[in-house]
Design a protein around this ligand. Structure first.
Ligand SMILES: *[C@@H]1O[C@H](CO)[C@@H](O)[C@H](O)[C@H]1NC(C)=O
Ligand SMILES: *[C@@H]1O[C@H](CO)[C@@H](O)[C@H](O)[C@H]1NC(C)=O
Ligand SMILES: *[C@@H]1O[C@H](CO)[C@@H](O)[C@H](O)[C@H]1NC(C)=O
Ligand SMILES: *[C@@H]1O[C@H](CO)[C@@H](O)[C@H](O)[C@H]1NC(C)=O
Ligand SMILES: *[C@@H]1O[C@H](CO)[C@@H](O)[C@H](O)[C@H]1NC(C)=O
Ligand SMILES: *[C@@H]1O[C@H](CO)[C@@H](O)[C@H](O)[C@H]1NC(C)=O
Ligand SMILES: *[C@@H]1O[C@H](CO)[C@@H](O)[C@H](O)[C@H]1NC(C)=O
Length: 537
């Protein structure tokens, strides 16, 4: 621990004593940071129609086998699926799942005597209604109007003759509450021991309705319904509700950078389906965009209402194409193919480093975009926790992976179709309720890079070596091998990296993000594909 950080710890202790005495009556010098009600920044919050799945569910689809809905009805037969699940091919609209394929390494138990000393989690909100910007709420009246004007849909589209739009906007759907509650329960089983029962955990999220409720549902899962006795929520204003992004250029270029590649791939993979649907649309001028909206309604209706007629009108190949569209979109909005990818995520990386090293954020706001007021206050940036929980959006998680330099996920995504062995897959990284957990592990000796397959045995230790700390990076319950992105990290069966090596690597992340240039510099958007390293080309 650097001498500086000890000073900060003492200072933080003194300051917090002063604060504690005043918690109930916030003074002008110390606001009530953890107040979340009333909330002027919840954003757009209309809810949707109440589902009636018991009445509407067509399962078991004429088959003798019955698969109970859990709670969604996802067992509809899909042409060409051969038992594979299309709900894992919906990019960021996939309901939460842990990838069976993983990220290149297997999972190993801790060797005997090893301890997890800290866990840092970055968690996405759960399943939500669509936002207005997706255009579904304006597409629906067009279809309904067409049928009123006499259009008769036929074949697979016949259900549209008597279809209505029942979705709300932006807020969590019930499945989203479940995803976060389940994550809270899972994290409690995995890490509950790390919680200090005599103190209140500070948990970070934003005031946007789905963000705040995601944190609350998680905490209800983690601690139970009386979680307010165990945790304080620090909720800040979400740029998604105000449009005020710290990184100006990110706000300006995000949509511009994805519009063209997305349109190109959409026209490619949906060409045949659009031709087919045109023939079933009477005098309605059915286009590529209509096909895409219809496809998006499958995940949205399923998570909102329990079942959707829009799913099985597409083939398994169509869903692979849909996933790839999401992959292109996220890589270009906030991943390694975005000129502001690293800059958008660098604040969390610096905050993570500060917490691991035990000091306040000590880099100026203008090179990370972090809120230095919050990050230098022991009340809002505690350093004595073993658990750090933060809630965020899909694009933020992607940008943090870029800012960390996880180049395993930097594959170039050609507009002609998916590359071989594609690593950057949006549904595997940021499904609804997606998250990463970073464990800091302390071992009495170095752990052999070749792990024994029979489990947590003592022969995994290297004789004659001393206490060592490791980083274990877990995305949606699967290990991400750190050696795949960082040459300095030794190639290990378990994908861990020595903490000292990892920290050394991460000291470069700040300059690599080029925050000032990326966010405020005088550069222009180049063609799709020009950016490969998350900074302006
Ligand atoms: C409804 O359909 C008619 C006939 O196609 C069209 O002229 C009109 O613009 C449509 N209105 C809306 C709101 O889509
Ligand atoms: C159309 O939907 C309405 C309301 O959901 C229902 O009352 C009606 O029976 C349906 N008509 C047909 C032909 O399915
Ligand atoms: C737990 O929290 C209490 C209250 O802040 C503190 O006194 C104690 O040192 C903490 N215990 C550990 C193991 O951190
Ligand atoms: C951290 O320190 C603060 C201030 O002393 C205390 O209120 C809090 O309970 C401590 N948290 C833990 C986890 O020890
Ligand atoms: C930092 O956060 C506080 C509390 O949410 C807020 O009042 C302040 O405006 C923020 N500062 C900046 C520079 O965003
Ligand atoms: C149908 O839509 C396409 C794409 O928007 C457009 O180019 C075409 O002119 C439209 N056709 C008719 C008959 O409106
Ligand atoms: C950031 O702000 C500091 C003052 O806090 C200033 O010295 C520095 O030049 C600024 N850096 C950039 C890149 O603007």
């Amino acid at each position: 621990m650097a001498p500086n950080s000890i000073k900060y710890l003492i200072l933080s202790y003194v300051l917090s004593m002063t604060v504690e005495a005043k918690t109930d009556q916030p003074s002008t010098t110390q606001p009530n940071w953890f107040q979340t009600v009333p909330n002027d920044y919840a954003g757009v919050t209309p809810t949707g129609a109440a589902p009636f799945l018991a009445e509407n569910n067509p399962a078991p689809f004429g088959r003798s086998t019955f698969v109970p809905n859990a709670p969604l009805e996802t067992s509809e037969p899909i042409q060409g699926s051969h038992g594979r699940n299309i709900f894992h091919l919906m990019g960021d609209l996939s309901p939460y799942f842990s990838s069976r394929d993983g990220f290149g390494v297997d999972e190993y138990p801790l060797p005997k005597g090893a301890e997890i000393t800290q866990m840092h989690m970055l968690q996405r909100h759960g399943a939500r209604y669509p936002s207005s910007s997706e255009g579904l709420d304006t597409w629906a009246p067009g279809i309904i109007n067409a049928t009123k004007q006499g259009t008769v849909f036929t074949g697979k589209l016949e259900f549209l003759n008597n279809w209505s739009y029942k979705l709300g906007k932006e807020i969590l759907v019930p499945k989203g509450r479940q995803e976060l509650f389940d994550s809270g329960i899972l994290n409690w089983y995995n890490y509950g021991h790390l919680h200090n029962d005599s103190s209140k955990l500070v948990v970070r999220t934003t005031l946007q309705s789905r963000m705040l409720e995601s944190a609350e549902n998680f905490l209800a899962g983690f601690f139970g319904l009386n979680w307010r006795q165990n945790a304080n929520i620090l909720a800040t204003v979400d740029p998604a509700t105000t449009g005020e992004y710290a990184c100006t250029k990110a706000g300006e270029t995000m949509m511009a950078s994805v519009a063209e590649p997305v349109a190109t791939w959409m026209a490619t993979y949906l060409k045949d389906r659009t031709t087919e649907f045109r023939k079933m649309s009477g005098n309605y001028n059915w286009t590529i965009t209509d096909t895409y909206h219809a496809q998006s309604l499958c995940p949205y209706e399923t998570i909102s209402l329990g079942y959707s007629d829009f799913c099985d009108i597409f083939t398994y190949d169509d869903w692979e194409g849909y996933e790839y569209l999401m992959d292109i979109e996220f890589a270009a909005i906030s991943g390694f193919m975005s000129p502001t990818g690293r800059a958008q995520g660098i604040a969390w990386v610096e905050e993570f480093l500060a917490r691991v090293e035990g000091h306040f954020l000590d880099v100026p706001a203008n090179i990370t975009g972090a809120n230095v007021t919050l990050d230098t206050n022991p009340v809002t940036f505690p350093l004595n926790q073993s658990l750090y929980f933060e809630f965020t959006h899909d694009a933020n998680i992607i940008s943090v992976l870029a800012a960390l330099g996880m180049t395993q996920f930097a594959d170039f995504l050609p507009l002609a179709g998916p590359p071989k062995k594609q690593q950057f897959v949006a549904s595997k990284l940021v499904p609804f309720g997606g998250r990463f957990n970073i464990e800091i592990i302390k071992t009495p000796h170095k752990v052999s890079a070749r792990r024994s397959s029979d489990g947590a045995t003592a022969h995994d230790y290297l004789h004659g070596t001393g206490e060592t700390r490791y980083v274990h990076f877990i995305q949606n319950q699967r290990t991400v091998p750190l050696h795949a992105s960082f040459h300095a990290c030794e190639k290990r069966d378990d994908g861990w990296c020595e903490l000292s090596t990892f920290l050394e690597v991460q000291r470069e992340s700040l300059s690599k993000a080029e925050y000032q240039h990326a966010c405020f510099g005088d550069w222009t958007m180049k063609n799709y594909g020009a950016v490969r390293d998350g900074v302006p080309a």
